[in-house]
Design a protein around this ligand. Structure first.
Ligand code: PMP
Ligand code: GLN
Length: 379
C-alpha cells in the first residue's frame, strides 16, 4: 500500500526509550515524569470506577471537569469562558492538536510552524491535505524574527501553530511575540493553534502568556493543554481544547468520530483534583524549578554548554566542545557507551540543522538526575 505518510517512521521518543531500555541506560530522553500521580487522583480514579462510572461520558466532556477547567482559566488567566460551549476534553493533547488541525486545514492550506517543532504537527497537517511551512529557530536563543514569519504568509496561509513553553527549546514567548502574532493574524485573517501543554511549568517568576489571556486572540484560536504534564499521568492520555463556541462546534464534529468521548472515571477524578487540590497546579513550577536547578548545578563542571530553560521539564545542552558527531550519532554514543539517553534536536527540523544540541528531561528523581550528571561530567 502506498503510505500516506512516507517520510514518517517510529517517533524519536519511542526509539530513544527503546534504546535506553536495551542498554539499561538512565532515560532522560522521552518526556515523562519518573514520579507517580498524586494519591488523591489515583484513589479518585479507583473510587469512580468502583462506583460504576464506567460508561460513555458526554462527547464534549464531563460537566464537572469542563467547569473546573473554566475555573482554572479564570483564576490563572483572568478570562471568563463558557465551560459547556468552549471546553472539549480529549484523549491527550495529541488528539486535541489532531482534531484542531482537522477542523481548520483544507486541501492546499499552508500552516506555519516553528522548528524545532513537536513531531505530531506536520503529519496531522499533511493528513488534512495541508502543507507545513517551516520557520527554523536556532540555538542558543531560538528567537522568532516576526518579519520572517510575515514574509512566509501567502494567500494560502490558514494558521500558525505556536507552542509555549516550548518543547524542545524550553523557551517561552514574550509580550513582544504576542503583539507581533496578534497583528499578523488580524492582518491576514489567520487562525492560531496554541500548544500550551507545559503552561504550569514556568520558571524564575516569568508568567506564562497564554492565548487565553487575550479575548480577541482567543476568538481565532484553539488552545490545547494536557493533564498528563500537570498531574504526572502522561499514560492516562487526557487533555483538552479551549476554543470560541463556533470553532469548538467544528472541533466537536470531528472529536466525536475520533474517540467520541474520553475516559469517564479519569475525567471525574481530574475534576476532583482540580477542585480539592488546587495547590497542585500552583506548586508545579517551584517543584520543577528545583529539579532544573539541581541538574544545572550538577552539570556545571561538565564540558557541556547549558542553555537557559525558561519552562517545560527540558534542558538543552550544547556538546560542541565535546564531540564533532552529529546530534543523532552523539545521542547514540551517549546511550550505548555512557548510559544516558537524550533526544537529538535536529530531528525536529525540516531542513538540516547543524546545531550540536541535545535535550534532557529533568522530570526525574534527584538520584537519577545526579547519576546522569555524573556520567555526563566524565565526557
Ligand atoms: N505537545 C507537546 C509540545 C508535547 O510535549 C506533548 C507531549 N509530550 C504533547 C503535545 C502531547 O501531549 P499528550 O501526551 O497529552 O497527548
Ligand atoms: N512529548 C513527549 C516528549 O517530548 C513525548 C510524547 C511521546 O512519546 N509521544 O518527550
Amino acid at each position: 500500500m502506498e503510505s500516506k505518510l512516507p517520510s514518517v517512521g517510529t517517533s524519536i521518543f519511542s526509539k530513544m526509550t527503546g534504546l535506553a531500555n536495551a542498554h539499561n541506560a538512565l532515560n532522560l530522553s522521552q518526556g515523562f515524569p519518573e514520579f507517580d500521580a498524586p494519591d488523591r487522583l489515583k484513589s479518585a480514579l479507583a473510587d469512580y470506577t468502583t462506583a460504576g462510572h464506567n460508561q460513555y461520558a458526554p462527547s464534549p466532556g464531563v460537566a464537572s471537569l469542563q467547569q473546573e477547567v473554566a475555573a482554572l482559566i479564570a483564576r490563572k488567566y483572568d478570562q471568563v469562558i463558557d465551560a459547556q460551549a468552549q471546553v472539549t476534553v480529549t484523549a491527550g493533547a495529541t488528539e486535541a492538536l489532531f482534531v484542531a488541525i482537522q477542523s481548520l486545514v483544507r486541501e492546499g492550506d499552508e500552516i506555519i510552524v516553528f522548528d524545532p517543532a513537536y513531531d505530531s504537527y506536520r503529519p496531522a497537517v499533511e493528513l488534512a491535505g495541508g502543507k507545513t511551512i517551516h520557520i527554523p529557530l536556532y540555538a542558543p536563543d531560538y528567537q522568532i524574527n516576526w518579519q520572517d514569519v510575515s514574509d512566509k504568509v501567502t494567500a494560502k496561509t490558514r494558521a500558525i501553530i505556536i507552542n509555549t513553553p516550548h518543547n524542545p527549546s524550553a523557551k517561552m514567548l514574550k509580550q513582544a511575540d504576542f503583539k507581533a502574532l496578534k497583528a499578523l493574524v488580524e492582518e491576514h485573517d489567520l487562525y492560531v493553534i496554541s500548544d500550551e501543554v507545559y503552561e504550569h511549568i514556568t520558571f524564575d517568576e516569568q508568567p506564562h502568556l497564554s492565548v487565553l489571556r487575550d479575548a480577541a486572540l482567543l476568538q481565532r484560536s484553539f488552545v490545547v493543554s494536557s493533564f498528563g504534564k500537570t498531574f504526572h499521568c502522561t499514560g492516562w492520555k487526557m487533555g483538552y481544547c479551549v476554543a470560541p463556541p463556533e470553532l469548538a462546534q467544528e472541533f466537536r464534529k470531528i472529536h466525536q468520530f475520533v474517540n467520541f468521548s474520553s475516559f469517564t472515571p479519569a475525567q471525574l477524578a481530574l475534576a476532583d483534583m482540580l477542585k480539592y487540590e488546587p495547590n497542585h497546579v500552583d506548586e508545579l513550577a517551584p517543584f520543577y524549578q528545583q529539579k532544573r536547578d539541581q541538574l544545572v548545578a550538577a552539570l556545571n563542571s561538565s564540558r557541556f554548554k547549558i542553555l537557559p530553560s525558561e519552562g517545560t521539564y527540558f534542558l538543552l545542552l550544547d556538546y560542541s566542545a565535546i564531540s564533532t558527531l552529529s546530534d543523532v550519532e552523539f545521542c547514540q554514543q551517549l546511550v550505548e557507551e555512557h548510559g544516558v539517553a537524550a533526544i537529538p534536536l535536529s530531528v525536529f527540523y525540516e531542513s538540516p540543522c547543524e546545531d550540536r544540541v541535545i535535550r534532557l528531561c529533568f522530570a526525574k528523581e534527584s538520584a537519577t538526575l545526579i547519576a546522569a550528571a555524573e556520567k555526563l561530567c566524565r565526557l
